[in-house]
Design a protein. Structure first.
Length: 122
């Protein structure tokens, strides 16, 4: 199956289990993989025949910037469900969500959650 990959979606948000994360905030980065048939767009060269990824990028940024959740898993789920709702042609979406600077003592790494979702039965 064909897919569109969108990487480097960044936004500042207030997600985290610690109280200071919900007040001070931090940067998040998202990579989306959107599965859909791209053969029509490959033939027609029309934007209307493919996924308008600008809308899903902006929606992802807005969710991060405006929602407050304790868990990365909840944020990733919300991003996935929003992406699926935007385009009925999507057969699957993968969300790779990274907390770039987790507040863990003596830890310079990142934390990433990755989920894959399909639309509910239509």
């Amino acid at each position: 199956m064909d897919n569109i990959q969108i990487s480097g979606i960044r936004a500042y948000g207030y997600i985290g289990a610690l109280p200071e994360e919900q007040v001070l905030g931090q940067w998040f980065e998202v990579t989306l993989t959107l599965w859909l048939d791209l053969s029509v767009a490959g033939q027609s060269d029309r934007l209307s025949d493919t996924h308008d990824y600008v809308s899903v990028v902006q929606a992802t940024q807005k969710i991060i910037q405006t929602q407050k959740y304790a868990l990365l898993e909840k944020l990733a789920e919300q991003i996935a469900q929003t992406a699926l709702a935007y385009d009925q042609r999507l057969s699957q979406v993968k969300v790779k969500l990274t907390k770039l600077t987790p507040p863990i003592a003596n830890f310079d790494g990142q934390i990433t959650v990755e989920i894959t979702r399909t639309p509910p039965e239509r």
